[in-house]
Design a protein around this ligand. Structure first.
Ligand SMILES: NC(=O)NCCC(=O)O
Length: 384
């Protein structure tokens, strides 16, 4: 990590006098979620410097439905060892870290836990090297990472979302960027493959895998209907809409993105999706700087370099009413624990009526027309 990196936006806001800070937070972040006591970090042995933020979103009490409280856990973490460590060592280090953090998350009452994108490996897709990175790929349903997490999910009664590099051995060993969903009984529930693959900056991911073919699945769990919009998919409002149309109540957005490219968009996109679709969104970004052995370039005139830049963390949760949690640190490992009341989804639909006032059939007709070869944009010009 560069020592020049700012800790977080909130660390700057916190320097303001309390009255000004509270006013600004209210305007920028909405009605503030309440803070909860965080779990103890005593069980952490190897994970150092883990920031824990613990908060609570609330909505109106209803007469006919009891509250539907669900606690989510979002983890952003640095690589514990060098990118060039042998795969078995990297996996061991990642599993040790995950085991310790999941124990803390369990103590914090987490029901649904999500890791960052491609969590169990370096984010090596900048390099365009095939070896050793493709060797990290594993089968979604039966691979070592899924097997490892199944035990913990069952033990902790926790749904776990595990974004990995997938190898599909049934279809010619093809690779995918995939999120595996393991239910709270420790059973494999399903998977979602990343729908939109970046071709921007050093994000050379299309060298490794293509656009996903799993649509917009929503996974019905004992803790609500959940979906996963992997990283770059957050720039596509219709991708978010797809999960909403299928009934998602919480959409996780495990990501890996760097400051120079996307930081001004980060606080906007997942939050706007929460508002537009009346569901909760959980945006998780990697943190730290990952340095590789060999230099790479990305055809943008920059000199060859060995790192992606700084992954700025800043993971947060946004609610259907637009309220958001503070972001985790830009520089530290972090666990964000947020208690949500899923009743808020319908309450916001009733108040704002976005699902009633949107014009899906009108959009469908335009979208359909716009994909045709003979499409003519509807532009009105003054005739000359
Ligand atoms: N991992 C990934 O898709 N990153 C692309 C960059 C971005 O979406 O900000």
């Amino acid at each position: 990590m560069s020592t020049k990196e700012v800790e977080s936006v909130e660390s700057i806001l916190n320097k303001l006098p309390t009255k000004d800070r509270n006013f600004l937070m209210q305007v920028l972040y909405g009605r503030l979620p309440h803070y909860r006591l965080g779990p103890s970090k005593d069980s952490l042995k190897t994970v150092t410097d883990l920031e824990i933020v613990s908060c609570q979103f609330s909505c109106n009490e209803e007469q006919l439905r009891p509250p539907r409280k669900v606690t989510v856990g979002l983890l952003q973490n640095k690589l514990p060892i060098d990118t060039w460590a042998p795969i078995t060592e990297m996996r061991k280090a990642m599993y040790t870290m995950a085991k310790e953090v999941l124990e803390v998350a369990h103590a914090g009452g987490v029901n649904v836990f999500c890791f960052q994108e491609a969590w169990n490996m370096p984010f090596a897709f900048c390099t365009r090297e095939k070896f050793p990175w493709c060797e990290y790929a594993e089968e979604a349903e039966t691979g070592p990472t899924t097997e490892f997490l199944k035990k913990l999910a069952g033990q902790y009664n926790m749904v776990i979302i595990s974004p990995i590099l997938e190898r599909d051995v049934q279809h010619g060993d093809v690779l995918w960027n995939t999120a595996v969903i393991i239910d709270n009984h420790g059973d494999y529930l399903g998977k979602h493959r990343k729908n939109h693959i970046p071709r921007v900056g050093d994000f050379n991911e299309s060298t490794y895998y293509f656009e996903g073919n799993t649509g917009h699945p929503v996974f019905e769990t004992e803790f609500g209907k959940i979906a996963v919009n992997i990283c770059y998919g957050r720039h596509h409002p219709l991708n978010w809409l797809g999960f909403g149309l299928n009934g998602a109540e919480i959409v996780f957005n495990p990501s890996a993105t760097v400051g120079a490219l996307s930081e001004p968009l980060w606080g906007v996109e997942a939050r706007n999706a929460a508002i537009a679709n009346s569901y909760y969104t959980c945006a998780i970004n990697r943190v730290g700087t990952e340095v590789f052995k060999n230099e790479f370039t990305s055809g943008d005139g920059r000199p060859a370099h060995k790192d992606f830049g700084h992954f700025y963390g800043s993971s947060y949760v946004a609610a259907p009413d637009g309220t958001r949690s503070p972001g985790l640190s830009r520089t530290r490992n972090g666990l964000l624990i947020a208690e949500l009341d899923l009743n808020m989804c319908r309450q916001v639909r009733d108040v704002w009526g976005f699902q009633m006032t949107r014009r899906l059939e009108m959009y469908a007709e335009l979208l359909n027309r716009s994909t045709k070869m003979d499409f003519k944009p509807q532009v009105v010009k003054k005739s000359s």
